[in-house]
Design a protein around this ligand. Structure first.
Ligand SMILES: Cc1cc2nc3c(=O)[nH]c(=O)nc-3n(C[C@H](O)[C@H](O)[C@H](O)COP(=O)(O)OP(=O)(O)OC[C@H]3O[C@@H](n4cnc5c(N)ncnc54)[C@H](O)[C@@H]3O)c2cc1C
Length: 478
């Protein structure tokens, strides 16, 4: 922890050090601004991976549910949820640039180049015995699994390790801790284990924050990047209205199965190395592979899966799974005390049912009897939408008051339909450049009269639906 003087005045306070906070903090620090980063979590360095890494997650990864029982995972640590993410890299759909009013595509390409995006090399799959069956079964149905692009350095990673979601014990997975360190090297101060309670205002200007311990820190501007749950809760406690609604989480169903006696399961495989991506924007879901270890861990989250797995304790090496991650409707809510409501809409149920039916069919064709499957429901990890750009925040990402900015998952009005970290980081980098006076808003606005991103926003990674997938969907109607 840096020895920050409480009486000192900063140019900017950044609350949160995940994908929303780290790039803007680094950019401002490199521009010579005096930056203070306030982070609720500690800098956990030891005992990462299973099981010790569970302590990084809110509620130890277990006690973090909405009133309706949806499970919502997030990392409370320096680096935020990037420390527990799978490191999968996706460009957003084109609509997002108009929705947030800003063209941050150049920053996305720049970050992908800077961090290094790679597919895991073939040696990572040399011993995989369930994965080829799953990919083959999907192909026969007309569905294609894409190898995933990752923020993972293969030379540091170990094939068969599946610890990403509890913190990488080998430093192979890139996290926003790298950017926080670079910000500190450029002069920023980081205070860990410091929970921001509310924003301080004078008249209608943000002038600092008050922590849960009652300390005051003052700055010329405040950037809230405490995530889709943390940011609206701080704003509500600060008396800012019109935030906290419109909450989505990208819930997953995880289909957990045990293969028949003649087949090996996904023991020693890695989760989310392959995914069916091309249905993300049309059908609203992606399907990805889950290792035996992670399929069994679902027992800690859902009682029905625990019961299913308990009776099969001797068959653990035959366990395997698929997840179905849905772009959900934004009908949830975050309250000032951080409690959550996340009802399922009829559209969410229909999307989830279709995706789950397909996942079960793929697993069945890969050797898992349908009677040996259980479904762990509503497990989400992409909280967002709660301070949407265009309504609760403006298209400069100001949240209703002077000098108060918001930059994290909260500002995307709709689920992106794909994992959002790269998008959040790109927007944060652009905000940092605009606040540092390096990039003009007029040059990046997508509003009428400004430069429109949509025409040039297509990415080589954008997928269109294949004919074979369209045929398959006809056979499996919603
Ligand atoms: C298990 C899991 C796997 C995932 N896999 C992927 C993936 O493969 N690819 C991908 O793109 N995305 C993935 N995600 C999603 C991604 O990690 C998040 O969407 C992203 O980290 C959100 O960034 P953020 O800045 O909005 O919030 P966060 O990353 O949550 O950062 C917010 C930070 O603010 C801090 N904070 C909160 N409240 C306060 C407060 N009051 N005061 C001070 N600090 C506060 C938190 O401790 C945290 O460090 C995954 C998420 C999970 C949980």
């Amino acid at each position: 922890m840096s020895n920050t003087q409480k009486g000192q005045r900063y140019d900017a306070i950044v609350v949160g050090s995940g994908p929303g906070g780290a790039p803007v903090a680094r950019e401002l620090a490199r521009a010579g601004k005096r930056v203070l980063i306030l982070e609720r979590g500690a800098r956990h360095e030891r005992a990462l991976g299973f099981p010790g890494g569970a302590r990084i997650l809110e509620g130890a990864g277990i006690v973090c549910r909405s009133r309706e029982g949806a499970y919502i995972a997030r990392g409370i640590t320096v680096g935020g949820s990037s420390v527990v993410y799978n490191g999968n890299v996706y460009f957003p759909p084109e609509r997002v640039y108009a929705q947030v009013g800003l063209d941050f595509l150049p920053e996305l390409h720049e970050l992908a180049e800077e961090i290094g995006v790679r597919e895991l090399p073939p040696r990572f799959f040399a011993k995989a015995r369930a994965l080829p069956r799953v990919l083959g079964a999907a192909e026969k149905l007309g569905l294609h699994f894409e190898p995933q692009k990752k923020f993972i350095a293969p030379d540091k990673c170990r094939p068969g390790c599946d610890s990403c979601m509890m913190g990488c014990p080998r430093g192979a997975k890139w996290t926003t801790r790298n950017m926080v360190d670079q910000a500190c090297k450029a002069g920023a101060k980081l205070l860990t284990e410091t929970r921001v309670e509310r924003v301080l205002f004078e008249k209608d200007r943000a002038v600092g924050v008050v922590t849960a311990r009652g300390e005051e820190y003052r700055a010329d501007m405040v950037v809230l990047a405490a995530g889709g749950v943390g940011t609206p809760a701080i704003l509500l406690r600060s008396g800012v209205s019109g935030v906290g609604e419109n909450f989505y989480i990208d819930p997953m169903n995880i289909v957990v199965g045990h293969a028949g006696k003649e087949y090996p399961g996904a023991w020693g495989e890695m989760s989310f190395t392959h995914a069916i991506e091309d249905l993300a924007q049309t059908e609203g879901f992606i399907i990805g592979n889950v290792s035996a270890q992670n399929a069994l861990l679902t027992s800690f989250l859902r009682a029905n899966v625990a019961r299913h797995n308990l009776g099969r304790a001797l068959q653990s090496t035959r366990a395997m799974g698929l997840f179905v991650k849905v772009a959900d409707s934004h009908e949830g809510r975050v309250f000032a005390d951080g409690s959550l409501s996340k009802p399922k809409s009829a559209r969410d149920r229909a999307r989830m049912k279709r995706g789950t039916d397909l996942a079960m069919e793929i697993l069945a064709r890969a050797g898992v009897p349908k009677t040996a499957m259980a479904v762990g429901q509503s497990i989400g990890g992409h909280p967002g939408g709660t301070v949407p750009a265009g309504t609760a925040a403006d298209f400069r990402l100001r949240a209703g008051r002077e000098n108060l900015f918001v930059c994290d998952g909260s500002v995307f009005p709709e689920s992106l339909g794909v994992p959002p970290s790269l998008s959040i980081m790109g927007l944060s980098l652009l905000l940092g450049r605009m606040l540092a006076g390096k990039t003009r808003h007029e040059d990046r606005t997508t509003a009428p009269g400004g430069r429109l991103a949509a025409g040039r926003a297509s990415s080589t990674w954008h997928r269109t639906v294949s004919e074979s997938a369209t045929d398959c969907l006809k056979r499996y109607p919603a």
